[in-house]
Design a protein around this ligand. Structure first.
Ligand SMILES: Nc1ncnc2c1ncn2[C@@H]1O[C@H](COP(=O)(O)OP(=O)(O)O)[C@@H](O)[C@H]1O
Ligand SMILES: [Mg+2]
Length: 234
C-alpha cells in the first residue's frame, strides 16, 4: 500500500526570499506518529501549510492518499483538505464567540465525509464532539461555554478535538504544546496519541522542543530532509 503522505522534489520560496524548502523525498505512513524538529524560522509552519494544501508548492509534488494536491483546483483542494486533514494551529484558531462544542463540530459543517464518519461512530456530530472532549479531559460543564472563556490548556484540548472529529487520516499539529509546562505537555500528548490511534489518524507534529521526540513512533529533524536548510539548523 502507498504511504499516507509523500513529498517528492518539493521546493518552496516565499516571494522575494531565497528558497526555504528543498525536500527531495519524505513520506509518512498510516497510523504513524512523527515528530519533526526544527528551530524557529526553519520553515516548519510553511511545510505544514504545503502539506495541508494551504500553500501551493513552487515545484515538486505533495501527495496525500495518492492525490496530487497541486493538480487540484483551489476549491477541490479545500474540500480535500477538510475531508482528510485535521489541523491543530499554534494559536489554536478557535472561533471565540462559538461554544466549545460548536468549535469542535466545525469541520463537519464543511465535510460530508467527516459528518458521516462522526455519525457512524457516535450517532451524531454532537455526540462525537462530546466524546472527544471527554476523552481529552475537558469537563462537560464547559461544552456550552464560549471558546474565548477557556484557559490555554483547555483551548488546546478543544483544538485537538476539532482536528480529530470525523477521523481525518492525517492530523497536523503545529507546536500546540509551546504554552504548557513540561508535565502538562506530556499528559496532553498521551491523550492526543490515544485519540489518534482510536481514529486511525497519523500524527505529524512539529516543534522546536526536542524533549518530546522520544514519545513518538518516529522522529526527524527538518534539516535532515531539507537541502535548503542553513548549516546552523542541523
Ligand atoms: N506568510 C509569509 N510571507 C512571507 N514570508 C514568510 C511567511 N511565513 C513565513 N515566512 C518566512 O519563512 C521563514 C520560515 O518561517 P516558518 O515557516 O514560520 O518557520 P517556523 O515555523 O519553523 O518557525 C521565515 O524566514 C519567515 O520569515
Ligand atoms: Mg511555526
Amino acid at each position: 500500500m502507498t504511504a499516507l503522505l509523500e513529498l517528492d522534489q518539493l521546493g518552496f520560496a516565499w516571494p522575494g526570499q531565497v528558497e526555504l524548502l528543498d525536500i527531495p523525498a519524505f513520506s509518512l505512513e498510516r497510523n504513524q506518529s512523527l515528530f519533526l524538529k526544527g528551530p524557529s524560522g526553519s520553515g516548519k509552519t510553511t511545510l505544514l501549510g504545503l502539506i495541508g494544501g494551504v500553500q501551493r508548492a513552487g515545484r515538486g509534488t505533495v501527495r496525500l492518499l495518492g492525490e496530487d494536491l497541486g493538480a487540484l483546483s483551489a476549491s477541490a483542494r479545500d474540500r480535500f483538505r477538510v475531508d482528510h486533514t485535521g489541523y491543530i494551529f499554534q494559536q489554536f484558531n478557535l472561533l471565540p464567540f462559538l461554544s466549545v462544542a460548536e468549535n469542535v463540530a466545525l469541520p463537519c459543517r464543511f465535510s460530508r465525509l467527516r459528518t458521516e464518519r462522526a455519525r457512524e461512530r457516535h450517532g451524531s456530530v454532537d455526540q462525537a464532539a462530546a466524546s472527544l472532549l471527554t476523552h481529552l479531559g475537558l469537563p462537560a460543564e464547559l461544552f456550552g461555554r464560549r471558546a474565548e472563556s477557556l484557559s490555554i490548556g483547555q483551548q488546546q484540548r478543544v483544538a485537538a478535538a476539532r482536528a480529530l472529529i470525523g477521523q481525518p487520516e492525517l492530523v497536523i499539529a503545529d507546536e500546540p504544546t509551546s504554552a504548557l509546562d513540561a508535565d502538562s505537555r506530556e499528559a496532553f500528548l498521551q491523550l492526543l496519541f490515544a485519540e489518534c490511534r482510536a481514529a486511525g489518524s497519523s500524527l505529524l507534529f512539529v516543534s522546536h522542543d526536542q524533549s518530546l521526540a522520544p514519545l513518538f513512533d518516529r522522529s526527524l529533524s527538518l534539516a535532515e530532509l531539507n537541502r535548503a536548510a542553513r548549516p546552523a539548523e542541523a
